[in-house]
Write a protein that binds this ligand. Sequence first.
Ligand code: MGD
Ligand code: MGD
Ligand code: SF4
Ligand code: MO
Length: 753
Amino acid sequence: MSSPAVPDSSPSTTALHMCPLCEAGCGLSVQLVDGEPSLIRGDRDDVFSHGFLCPKGTALKALQNDPDRLRRPLIKRDGAFVEVDFVEAFAEVDRLFKPVVSEHGPLSCGLVIGNPTVHRTGLVLYALDLAAAIGSPNVFSAASLDQMPKHLSVGRMFGDFYSIPVPDIERTDLLVIIGANPMVSNGSMWSVPDFRGKAKALRARGGRIVTVDPRFTETSKVADHHHHIRPGTDAMFLAAIVRVLFDEGLADPGLVAEHLVGVDAVRKAVEPFDLDEVSRRCGVAAADMRSLARQLASARAAAVYGRLGTCLQQHATVTSWLIDVINILTGNLDQPGGAMFAKPPAFAANTAGPPGRGEGVSTGSYSSRVSGAPEVMNQFPIACLAEEIETPGQGQIHGLVMIASNVALSSPDGPRVERALAKLDALVCLDPYLNETTRHADVIIPGPSALEEAHFDVFFANFAHRNVARYSPPAIPKPPGVPDDWETMVRLIGIFSEMGPKVDVVALDDDLTRRSIESSAPGQGGDIMEALAPRVGADRRIDLGLRTGPYGDLLGLNPDGLCLDKVMAKPSGVDLGPLESRLPEILRTPSGKVELAPADFVDALSGVVDDISREQPECVLIGRRHLRSNNSWMHNLPILMKGKARCTLLVHPNDANSWKLVDGGVAKVTALSTDAAIAVTVEFDDAMMPGVVSLPHGWGHDGNDTKASVASQNPGVNFNVLADPNRRDALSGNAALNGISVTVRMVRRPSDE
Ligand SMILES: Nc1nc2c(c(=O)[nH]1)N[C@H]1C(S)=C(S)[C@@H](COP(=O)(O)OP(=O)(O)OC[C@H]3O[C@@H](n4cnc5c(=O)[nH]c(N)nc54)[C@H](O)[C@@H]3O)O[C@H]1N2
Ligand SMILES: Nc1nc2c(c(=O)[nH]1)N[C@H]1C(S)=C(S)[C@@H](COP(=O)(O)OP(=O)(O)OC[C@H]3O[C@@H](n4cnc5c(=O)[nH]c(N)nc54)[C@H](O)[C@@H]3O)O[C@H]1N2
Ligand code: SF4
Ligand SMILES: [Mo]
């Protein structure tokens, strides 16, 4: 145990915590001197991460101390921000939104949920309540810049949006990674800290890793084989592999067969995918595709995993679906070493209600006002945000609440998004920085820092490579007067429920939580609330989730089961074991079967067929990530900004020669569909597939009216100036931020500086 083991006289103690920055959720050991974090290391006893952490975890200390990080709210007075206390900030929110709601109705308000929301317990546990209180269909989230296609594909196949199978990396023999770079991202929709260590162990026991990516990535470097693939062609590549499985009699779902419907429909749907034709378009040799199909079918245990590269494209849902079609047809779904479902200790819909059958998922029960985008998971595509603000008429958005979102940099056509935000009558941002997005706010409300608040993984346990339950109390106390995130959320709920800014937060929280219990356990609200007393807020919801979860004490009925007290008693976490087979129990489809061939996915495959013969653009742009960067918001920490400039355009040297580029020079990159352009430093790199260039997103810190002294020294450029909001995956509404057709022209040689 690494709990405090220091003499009482010493000012140095150790607090255990969890890193909330990315999906790996590493356990931290925070050394405190005089109550201040002095050194952050990995907690070696952590049941999930075993001491691993990355440079961003260490940098939580720098984040804690960043002088630019907001400790108090800001409100805009005569065009300039002034610091106020929290009481005044909430009063201002109430003052701002009252006229918006009374003049235009609740439909004129909206909610934007940014990425860190799902990493902060108090925010994520109350986000749905806030959406309900706002009472508008205008809900948007980073999911539609990210993983919506995967939610939709598994939703249709398995009946729940969160039933995403993940590679059982510790037991697999063959891991095929498509459009993901876990060496840098540390795993996404697949919580897998220390990917490097796990990859090494996999190969040491004779297993193999294959990457499929337009760039030879950091992950390709630790893999056995790499295949360059043209951006946006994954669906045809996968469909051709499925056809090989059928043609060669290799399709064998194994134990899943008895729970499966739709095999013949898939067989028919992939018929048009001729290996040689697909190969010419996607750039992977036909022999390599054939061999991959055979290897996947013959491996003792194999898993195909796809991530962001497979989601930020126009055929993203179909791609996400075909990945699991292959996992199923090669007999690897739900088998040890294959693609398996986690069993989270709390909050998973696929552990609730009767097992094996359910209502399934539906989409499109309403559509967005301007472009008619169907709702998916009760959200509209975030790419529709600007048009919903700018287009006059009934339902136009006039007031917006944004939680942890930097849409100016993260969503397509950032400049238009900024112009739209500037037009709002009311914008409140929950955010610790004054940045490219929050500069347009009327009120910015920061929360406690990552170290100052308790943490429980609400979301990513659904995709964990191993089942665990962990809770960390705050590592350090928060400054006086700063509400917990859940308190801020409840106060906003009070404001949007017309109770005013001074609502009794605990009483309203009681009411919200009791109502939510009643909705799933009618008549039991009172008793259950009593069993959870005296906890309130986020902790009460965590306790409820754990106790009614699949390992729970069932509020006393199963005394050996889990509750929050028991999890808290194990500061490095409770290990709940390796992934286990969950079919058919996990299914929530109306048929009680795995739906291999959802009709709209099969239909959408015909659009992919049309693409096979489509002419290939000369140059397309894709994104990338860096280990010491986190989307758009950690560029203000000197410790992470060390080293050479990172916001560069990677170009294959042969392309660079034919386009007359110079290494280190500045090039103009122009999007063919919109004519939007940016200027960026060129870096030659033979890791790129010819015809493909790569630029990271999340940069473009122009420094105007922001408070980011370090970030604005290294501004970089905003990738998403080039992204067209109308380029989306039609089924899920996810933005197709990769594969943008561009031209690259030299504007300045390094010597011209
Ligand atoms: N260090 C760090 N870690 C992070 C983040 C970060 O910003 N920095 N962000 C976090 C977030 S929010 C997420 S969602 C995850 C993302 O996690 P990952 O998906 O693992 O990360 P990316 O680096 O975006 O990997 C996407 C890969 O897809 C490739 N690609 C692009 N287009 C295509 C295509 O059309 N087909 C194929 N096959 N490949 C393509 C890119 O070259 C890239 O290697 O990372 C998380 N972790
Ligand atoms: N071109 C291109 N664009 C992309 C991507 C890409 O690969 N290429 N990736 C997409 C993906 S996967 C994602 S997830 C999105 C992410 O895009 P966003 O959802 O906009 O998230 P971030 O860029 O991480 O910005 C997070 C915001 O939250 C604030 N914040 C940080 N921590 C906290 C906290 O604890 N509490 C609160 N209240 N606020 C906090 C930060 O200051 C920042 O303003 O970007 C997407 N955009
Ligand atoms: S990999 Fe890094 S950023 Fe992600 S949870 Fe671990 S320490 Fe934090
Ligand atoms: Mo993401």
